[in-house]
Design a protein around this ligand. Sequence first.
Ligand code: FES
Length: 170
Amino acid sequence: MNQLLSKYEKEIERIRAKYPADQQRSALMPLLFLAQRDEGYISLQSMHEIGEILEISTTEVTTLVGFYSLFQQEPGGRYRIQICNDIACALRGADEFLQQVCDYLGVKPGETTEDGLFTVESVMCLASCLNAPLFQVQGDGAIRYHDHQTLETAIAFIESVRENQAREAA
Ligand code: FES
């Protein structure tokens, strides 16, 4: 049984209706976003099910997922802090910035904090090279850029998220 289809039949229909019958593979990106919104990452099972819905191979789906840092293949924290340390950002101190943020959170790149709130990841160019150091945050179904960062501004962001989380839990 295709679980994604059973759970989101109407939404999947709406997405597919935006594309002509012979261009259904164009629905791949929105279907991947849907799967990621559902689980926080895209499991192999979801990739297989999306391939089935669009009548394309699982390999075609996994290839696309692997290409974009916006798509996650492993479970992680509620918020993914994705720090670009590609060449242009590295020249503006991104490696050191990545290390500082990791040290502050007590994790290594790719790891998740014990409270499950943050995963820190090192990613390739986010197309905002002039604004380094920077990171994007994926979480709660949104993606937000944080440009011109310092350790202090990153800590302020992290602590504001923790405060919100504490308020939600209260
Ligand atoms: S190299 Fe970091 S945004 Fe381009």
